[in-house]
Design a protein around this ligand. Structure first.
Ligand code: BES
Ligand code: MN
Ligand code: ZN
Length: 507
């Protein structure tokens, strides 16, 4: 979808559809909606009076405005989008409304859409951020993964152009800024979605490493890919143990963005779980739903995608994206329950269940980051089915050992609309990870599955400020929700970008 910003009145622009809006409970159209209403003989007012237009969120009313009837009105159609109640209106509402608008217009075979910036005239909302939300809603909400469809791929073609219309020239620079940010943020989140939606036979650890190299070279970033021999030399026994059950070679990916080369201690390490397929290993998973485990590299996808955007936005901070990529397979050389492995930091782990593989790969990725003097670590992982039990699929549980970093992550997640909630790392669940024969075991029994997994990782993070985001439930959706179409959501790519931007601004 091509995006442009144009200074124009809403009645003067030659487009297939002009999108305006109405708050729930408004008795008369005002602003741009009022301008359209007057130009088309009060049709919107009439529909409000008749009760057809109420302004309820994502209520979409299409009005046909043919030249024969309205010779002075340029758009061929008008879409009135309900914004919901003004009290609860925020950037998330803008993203949701914009997403429903663009999907509705696609089914109506519309090609060129113009829209006002929803929330532009609302007190408390920033013009640039509102424009960003409108465009993010459109780009993210119209996302589809169609590359393997050969038959009805173009049944409902995408809207080809979105024009953001603003009459006030003083607001144009802010709108342009917001639109540019939206393109970068959404582009990254869409890269993450594409990687997660990609089937495992098309996305091996090597393919993921190739994507990382491409992202790096396109954005002037350094990218190192370590092979099995390299990580064995580094002592990453936990990671290698996961990898040994399948034939596709592991790839340890490390991309570096240098935004503050003079202060190497000003750094942020983004570590993503990168299991390109999780069969469970010898502790094999049941058949139903196993196909979803192609998405078990969602954390890795998010960190690679985030650093792409970070490279373009250039915050003043050094950012590292790390992904210990591998399959988890049950081949003849697979590790067994009962095995003991030694992680890079020297700790020994009893493998209680080979399906608790994510924490093993993260343990060594974190060991690597700490060996390179990581100052802050944020790991992102499709780690535990228990995350869905705890919080459902709308909120990602997070854990951490540093209140400041936890609060920074929560704050940025709010800004971008990727909901997170902190859970405690209490001393009772911590004991569930003890092993009779090793330093710890890789499962923690029945209660608090997300918490015991987080405790396990925290033992490797040690004293380094660290946050863990469990995206097992939020990384893929069964049904479309707002700007997240069914399938991969790309969560929490935009939070990670925003986090680097906010820390980069302070330093
Ligand atoms: N990748 C899974 C977690 C997962 C489950 C992600 C559902 C997305 C959707 C992870 O590797 C796993 O298998 N976790 C186990 C841990 C258990 C064996 C302690 C789980 O959650 O059942
Ligand atoms: Mn698993
Ligand atoms: Zn897994």
């Amino acid at each position: 979808m091509e995006i442009e910003v144009v200074q124009s009145g809403v009645t003067e622009i030659e487009v297939d559809v002009m999108v305006v809006n109405l708050f729930e409970g408004a008795t008369a159209p005002s602003g741009a909606t009022g301008d359209v209403d007057s130009a088309i003989g009060g049709v919107i007012s009439e529909l409000i009076a008749a009760g057809e237009i109420t302004g309820a969120e994502s209520e979409l009313t299409l009005i046909h405005t043919p030249k024969s009837a309205y010779p002075l009105f340029k758009p061929t159609r008008v879409l009135v989008a309900g914004l919901g109640l003004s009290e609860s209106f925020d950037y998330d509402a803008i993203r949701r409304v914009s997403a429903s608008v663009i999907r509705k217009l696609r089914t109506s075979r519309v090609r060129h859409v113009a829209t006002v910036v929803h929330g532009n005239c609302t007190g408390g909302l920033d013009t640039a951020a509102s424009a960003q939300a409108v465009v993010e809603g459109a780009l993210l909400g119209s996302y589809r993964f169609l590359k393997y469809r050969t038959t009805d791929k173009y049944r409902t073609p995408d809207v080809s152009k979105l024009t953001v219309v603003e009459g006030d020239s003083l607001k144009l620079p802010a709108i342009k800024l917001g639109v540019e940010k939206a393109i970068v943020y959404s582009g990254a989140e869409i890269l993450a979605r594409d990687l997660v939606n990609e089937p495992a036979n098309k996305l091996s650890p090597s393919d993921l490493a190739d994507t990382a190299k491409r992202v790096a070279s396109e954005n002037g970033l350094a990218c190192i890919v370590l092979e099995e021999v390299d990580v064995i030399k580094l002592g990453m026994g936990a990671y290698v143990g996961v990898s040994q059950g399948g034939p596709r070679p592991l790839k340890f990916i490390h991309i570096t963005y240098e935004g503050d080369p003079a202060s190497s201690e000003n750094n942020l390490w983004l570590i993503g779980k990168g299991i390109t397929f999780d069969s469970g290993g010898i502790s094999i998973k049941p058949g139903p739903g196993m196909g979803k485990m192609k998405g078990d590299m969602g954390g890795g996808a998010a960190v690679i995608a985030a650093i792409q955007a970070i490279a373009k936005l250039k915050p003043k901070i050094n950012v590292h994206a790390v992904c210990a990529a591998t399959d988890n397979m049950p081949g003849g050389s697979a590790q067994r329950p009962g095995d003991v492995v030694t992680a890079m930091n020297g700790m020994t782990i009893e493998i209680d269940n080979t399906d608790a593989e994510g924490r093993l790969t993260l343990a060594d990725a974190i060991g690597y980051a700490r060996s390179k003097n990581a100052a802050r670590i944020v790991d992102v992982a499709t780690l535990t089915g228990a995350a869905r039990v705890a919080l459902g699929d709308g909120v990602s549980p997070i854990f951490g050992n540093d209140d400041e970093l936890v609060d920074a992550v929560l704050e940025t997640s709010k800004t971008v609309g990727e909901s997170m909630w902190r859970l405690p790392l209490d001393s009772v669940t911590k004991r569930q990870n003890s092993s009779p024969i090793a330093d710890l075991k890789n499962t923690g029994g029945r209660g608090g599955g997300s918490t015991t997994a987080a405790h396990f990782i925290s033992d490797f993070a040690g004293e380094t400020p660290w946050v863990h985001i469990d995206i097992a439930a939020t990384s893929m959706l069964d049904i479309t929700r707002g700007w997240m179409p069914a399938g991969a959501t790309g969560v929490p790519t935009r939070s990670l970008i925003e986090l680097a931007m906010s820390i980069g601004k302070l330093s």
